[in-house]
Structures are given as structure tokens and as C-alpha cells.
Design a binder for this molecule. Structure first.
Ligand SMILES: [Zn+2]
Length: 230
């Protein structure tokens, strides 16, 4: 597990940065493929926060929030071994057999994700991603677009991660996607914001400097926070 000062350093290197810069800071290197990006993010998550990650999904039918915990070790074990996926050659063109109506396509890379930063709506994002990867125009039918997407997933296992969820309040079941970089960044940001707020309270009350407050460690810091009325 990481020291609090380390967490703040990492947060500072990533906050406010563009996606490509933020990811290089978080992962310690620029990933070459989407499966590698997922593996690096899960490994970094475990180094900083341990193996358990708590997530929340929402039922699309009734709106119930579903809390679930994943084990990052299992996620890493399910990814293909480094260097074994087709995306190692991301300049290669692929085609769908017997489908002359579908353009050739290449596999998406981390750079494609960075270029689409800011598109949050999942369907718009999927279309924009596909548009970057096909040769020529995006296929007009949803069926053709889905066929390319399915083939991409088959060619690049580990590029996307899904968890099967079941709603506790209604019969709805679904696959919830997980972006490990997003998870890593959300947890780091929440931890950093909490640390900064704790440091600010203790500094105001006792007049100590940030370095000394961080060096207290979580148990003594919590005790002083209580004394400070925080
Ligand atoms: Zn439900």
C-alpha cells in the first residue's frame, strides 16, 4: 500500500492533465494496446490500494444501485499474457469474411481513447471510436457496426472488461463495463481530496506543516482530526 505523500504526488502529476498525460503519470508508462492498458492500471491499483475494488452499478430498469466488489488479481489473471494479442501490430487491417458491405478496420489503441476524451455518452463514444478505426466511411447500419465491434473484441481479448450483475429488486441482469484506468483515477482522486481536507483541518487547528501531518500516518491523523473537531 502506498504512503499518503506518494498518493498526493501521483495525484498532483495527473490532476488537470489531458488524458494521455494523466494516463502516463498514473501507469508509469504509455501502454501500447488496450489489454496492456487494462493490465497496467489493475497492477497500479493493487500497488496503491490493495486487491479489492468496490464498485456501484445502476439497474437500467428500476434504478436500484448495485454495490459489488471485484478482486483485481482475478481481473489481471483473466487478461491475455503480455505480447500475445493481435493488437501488438495495430497497423494491421482486418476484414469480415464474406461481408463486402463492411469496410476494413484496424484495432483501437490507447491513442484513440485519448483523442475521444470528453465524449461521455457510451453510444456516441462507440461510434466515434469505430469511425477512427474503419477505412473510409462508418457503415450505415447498426448491425454492420456491431459486427465490426464484435470482431474487434474477438481479435483483442482483454481490451474491455465486463461484470455480470443482477438487480436485487427486479429480474434485470446486465453486463457492466469497467475501465480500470477510470477506477484507478476515481479512487486516487477521492483519496487525495480526503487527505487534503484532513491536512487542512489539522493545519488550521495545530499549525503543523503538510509534510509532518502526512507523516503522522492514518491512525494518529484520525485521532488528531477528532481532537480538531473534524
Ligand atoms: Zn432493477
Amino acid at each position: 500500500m502506498a504512503q499518503d505523500a506518494q498518493l498526493l504526488e501521483l495525484w498532483q502529476a495527473a490532476v488537470g492533465a489531458r488524458a494521455a498525460v494523466r494516463e502516463r503519470a498514473l501507469l508509469g508508462q504509455a501502454p501500447h494496446s488496450l489489454p496492456e492498458r487494462n493490465r497496467l492500471a489493475l497492477q497500479r491499483y493493487m500497488e496503491l490500494f490493495g486487491v479489492d475494488a468496490e464498485l456501484i452499478g445502476r439497474c437500467a430498469q428500476c434504478g436500484t444501485a448495485v454495490e459489488f466488489t471485484i478482486d483485481a488479481r482475478h481481473c489481471v489473471a483473466a487478461l491475455p499474457a503480455p505480447g500475445t494479442h493481435a493488437a501488438d501490430d495495430d497497423s494491421q487491417w482486418h476484414a469480415l469474411d464474406g461481408r463486402d458491405d463492411v469496410p476494413r478496420f484496424r484495432l483501437p489503441t490507447p491513442e484513440d481513447l485519448y483523442a475521444l476524451e470528453g465524449i461521455d455518452e457510451p453510444e456516441a463514444f462507440a461510434d466515434a471510436l469505430l469511425a477512427r478505426c474503419v477505412e473510409g466511411d462508418l457503415p450505415a447500419t447498426a448491425e454492420a457496426r456491431e459486427a465490426i465491434g464484435a470482431r474487434m473484441q474477438a481479435l483483442m481479448p482483454g481490451a474491455t472488461l465486463d461484470f455480470s450483475l443482477r438487480c436485487p429488486d427486479c429480474p434485470h441482469a446486465w453486463d457492466a463495463p469497467l475501465d480500470p484506468v477510470d477506477l484507478l483515477w476515481r479512487v486516487l482522486r477521492a483519496r487525495a481530496e480526503r487527505l487534503l481536507s484532513d491536512v487542512a483541518l489539522i493545519a488550521q487547528r495545530f499549525g503543523w506543516c503538510e509534510r509532518d501531518i502526512l507523516a503522522l500516518g492514518p491512525v494518529r491523523r484520525a485521532a488528531y482530526l477528532q481532537l480538531a473537531g473534524g
